[in-house]
Design a protein around this ligand. Structure first.
Ligand code: MTE
Ligand code: MOS
Length: 824
């Protein structure tokens, strides 16, 4: 079950169950030199691990600067809303080191970096939409001088301030949206609510979250001959950067090459929002005909770019005495900031994840994308899914508390099951792992015994209270926009038998390149060390999708496999001829090509004097002389997807990933401090391509989600609209100290039923939902400080202040009042 227990696994890894038929390992005793060496299904170090730890990994800012490189800095709007009257450009030009100043009127092409709607100006034009909006760019001889000049923004920008709209609720009240409201309904929620034995009304909200990638936003643009431009950009979406840069220049895509070897984290924040930096650097470089770099510091990164959408919710649900949900009517209001960016697809995913693990016979869901005078919010790990699913988890917890039931029981009663397996958007949940996975976790985490222990502890502990919660997850895998589910790859085999892979995905630390290299090594039957992955480059693979929606390995792995298998197909006739066998009997494995029953071949010399096996490198060298093409492109498009945007129904997902976590916390009811004492995770990655990487993703996502729900609080000044939490001094991401004291992560090892790459499942985002268990365990602990059946009004993030407020609320509540609400 838990391959991670085998760690660290050397090159000769554990036996894999994920080999394809044609490569099933031989049982031969006689070929010790040909031990099967599966390249997938085994833990392998991240392809750049040795570079990460030695500091040699090249990030965009590490690329050697060309002589004459200039540096750009952005001048930011000092008001959250206003009319831009003038910019004192002359004063900026007089500053030391300043070479040029660029404002909206200087842009040669389109003034937009919006990915879907063209509503996102590169530089403010007339209207100031949020405090931190870029208004001008200063280009100077060094970065420090550029930044000093840009810091004069408050002095040189003349603006007429207007009242800002800073909260989603305010915008919703004004009907101010970035895209029209979305509705997803099934059954008759109103009628079912009217007939339900119990009803529960609620209002709740969850805050946003900063991606806090360790490498900030950066682009470095270098003019090439004849109007060409090379842009090194830290981005999850090189192809979109290429197009947006071309539009900003008023040029064509073929003039622009965008390259990204790796990011120091993206987490969704570099899916669309790397564009501003790429475009400004590009415009400056094209205009001055010198290389220009734009790297913002952390504070400006916070002030300029958006992040995870905070959501407000209003709900009414109906349920029976056992806690079965009969109907749900819910409004989801996201704070989108000043422009649409990716807010519409984020809301779609939120609506498609409100069901999480549960059968909802009658639902009426309404998504409102509120436009406010703040940074434009964007993708962040989970892409709205977490915000959708968290709402139903809070609802079920509230239902359970009113009924005096263990929330776990209520969750299980509402699980999708046979006959109740169609989601509100019409996709059937096939291959439902919820019950077996949860059952196993209940047992391995000793849930029931610990529930008793905690109750006993709480009864004798007036100040410290412990809490326990198990939350499950179901997460849909694929882009919710059908056409994005495609990928391309380019595989080169050189005449020495070494392999270079290029694919459309980007490496941001998640290990995508490692997984794709493993897939190629498996397909060609060569050791992983023979395969190298090169930088993502728009001039190699064209028209790629963002590396997002956790689809990186699913899409690019399949495309690279396609390319590698095409090459193998071309090599087979030659190999068969050299080995005197049928092409169908060939096995590519461990750097050799041999016939399927090598023990026979070894024992008896082949009749015509041919050999029993040939080294892959030798075969390749011979193939070159025989003028056989040794490189290939590959392509993949996820089959079977369809989606109707007007009704929000269809089959948007190729499959679902499942998981569950049990968290135990302790809360200090006098200070509001909390600590995660133990977390047990069981997560479904299908048949893992690389258990070490997958466990790393699960652990990272868990702690990242824990940060979102506990310590990471965004605060905007209620009058000026200034984001006050714009640095690590005030914005608290989790540190090593916040890790669960006892952290047990296991993989639920069952092959994906869908024909995914080697039957694995995507892992990047789904585990971000696991730490819902932390928030609900904190709520459980707070409930222990109040009377029976109380339902603590706990805010998220559950900071010490929020916990203290919830403790005070339940301590003030009477038991009778809590009972009363059930009848209401
Ligand atoms: N892991 C690391 N180390 N760094 C990242 O930036 N981004 C996450 C996830 N895991 C991220 C990460 C997000 S938002 C996504 S969508 C996926 O990785 C993207 O990569 P994949 O599709 O290859 O899983
Ligand atoms: Mo991930 S939010 O889809 O980049």
């Amino acid at each position: 079950m838990n391959k991670a227990l085998d760690l660290p696994v050397p090159e000769l890894g554990a036996k894999s169950q994920s080999q394809s038929q044609s490569q099933s390992p031989s049982q031969s005793q006689s070929q010790s030199q040909q031990q099967p060496q599966p390249q997938v299904g085994v833990s392998r170090a991240h392809e750049s691990a040795h570079l990460h730890v030695s500091g040699e990994a090249v990030y965009t800012d590490d690329i050697a600067e060309v002589r004459g490189t200039l540096h750009a800095a952005l001048g930011l709007s000092p008001v959250a809303h206003g009319r831009l009257l003038s910019i004192d450009v002359d004063q900026l030009r007089r500053q030391p080191g300043v070479v040029a100043v660029i404002t909206a009127v200087d842009l040669p092409g389109e003034n937009n970096c919006g990915p879907l709607l063209h509503d996102d100006p590169l530089l403010a034009d007339g209207e100031l939409r949020y405090l931190g909006q870029p208004v001008f760019a200063v280009i100077a001889t060094d970065r420090e001088l550029a930044r000093r000049a840009a810091a004069l923004a408050r002095t040189v920008i003349q603006a007429e301030a207007l009242p800002p709209v800073l909260t989603a609720r305010e915008a919703h009240a004004l009907g101010q949206y970035v895209v029209p409201p979305m509705h997803l309904q099934r059954g008759d929620a109103a009628a079912a609510l009217a007939q339900a034995p119990h009803r529960l009304d609620g209002e709740w909200s969850v805050g946003g979250q900063e991606q806090f990638y360790l490498e900030g936003q950066i682009s470095y643009a270098l003019p090439q001959e004849d109007q060409g431009l090379l842009v090194y950009c830290s981005t999850q979406h090189p192809s979109e950067m290429q197009l947006l840069v071309a539009h900003a220049l008023g040029g064509l895509a073929h003039q622009v090459t965008v390259q990204c070897r790796r990011m120091g984290g993206g987490f969704g924040g570099k899916e669309s929002q790397s564009a501003l930096f790429a475009c400004i650097a590009a415009v400056a470089a094209a205009r001055l005909r010198v290389p220009v770099k734009l790297r913002v510091d952390r504070d400006d990164d916070f002030l300029v770019t958006g992040r995870r959408h905070g959501f407000d919710y209003r709900w009414t649900v109906g349920f029976d005495d056992e806690g079965h949900l009969l109907a749900a009517d819910i409004d989801l209001i996201s704070n989108c900031g000043h422009s649409a960016d990716l807010s519409a697809p984020v809301m779609t995913r939120a609506l498609c994840h409100f069901d999480n693990a549960y059968w909802l016979p009658n639902v009426s869901m309404h998504g409102y994308c509120a436009r406010t005078n703040t940074q434009s919010n964007t993708a962040f790990r989970g892409f709205g899914g977490p915000q959708g699913a968290l709402a139903i988890e809070m609802i079920l917890d509230g239902v359970a508390r009113r009924l005096g039931l263990d929330p776990l029981v209520v969750r299980q009663r509402n699980f999708y099951r046979d006959g109740q397996s169609v989601t509100p958007y019409g996709q059937t949940v096939e291959d439902n792992l919820l019950q077996p996975l949860t059952d196993r976790l209940i047992s391995t985490s000793d849930y029931h015994a610990r529930r008793q222990e905690i109750a006993a502890f709480n009864a004798g502990s007036p100040v410290l209270k412990r809490g326990l919660a198990l939350t499950p997850l179901k997460f849909g895998i694929s882009f919710n926009v059908v056409h994005l589910n495609q990928a391309g790859a380019l595989v080169h085999v050189y005449t020495d038998g070494s392999v270079l892979v290029n694919h459309g995905g980007t490496e941001m630390g998640q290990g995508l390149n490692t997984k794709v290299a493993q897939v190629v090594a498996q397909a060609l039957g060569v050791p992983l060390a023979r395969v190298r992955t090169s930088a993502t480059d728009t001039s190699k693979v064209a028209n790629t999708s963002a590396t997002a929606a956790s689809t990186g390995a699913d899409l690019n792995g399949k495309a690279a496999q396609d390319a590698a298998l095409r090459i193998r197909k071309r090599l087979e006739p030659l190999a068969a001829q050299l080995l005197g066998c049928d092409p169908a009997a060939l096995v590519f494995e461990a750097g050799w090509v041999h016939v399927r029953t090598p023990e026979d071949a070894d024992a008896v010399p082949a009749p015509d004097g041919t050999r029993s096996r040939i080294a892959f490198s030798e075969l390749v060298a011979k193939a070159y002389l025989a003028r056989i093409q040794l490189w290939s492109e590959g392509f993949y498009a996820t089959p079977g997807l369809h989606w109707d945007r007007s009704t929000l129904t269809g089959k948007p997902f190729f499959y679902f990933a499942f998981g569950a976590a049990v968290a135990e916390v302790v809360v200090d009811t006098l200070t509001g401090e909390s600590r995660v004492l133990r977390a047990d995770v069981l997560h479904d990655v299908g048949q893992s391509l690389n258990p070490a990487l997958d466990i790393g993703q699960v652990e990272g996502a868990f702690v990242q989600g824990q940060g979102w729900l506990t310590t990471e609080e965004l605060v905007w000044h209620p009058k000026t609209g200034m984001l006050l939490t714009h640095a690590p001094s005030t914005y608290k991401i989790p540190t090593a100290n916040d890790m669960p004291v006892d952290f047990r992560v296991a993989l639920f090892d069952a092959p994906n039923r869908a024909d995914s790459i080697h039957r694995s499942k995507a892992v990047g985002e789904p585990p971000l939902l696991l730490p819902f268990s932390v928030l609900l365990a904190i709520k459980d602990a707070v409930a222990a400080a109040g009377p029976a059946r109380c339902d603590p009004p706990l805010r998220a993030p559950a900071t010490a202040e929020a916990i203290l407020a919830a403790v005070e609320a339940v301590q003030g509540a009477s038991s009778a009042a809590c009972e009363q609400r059930l009848r209401a």
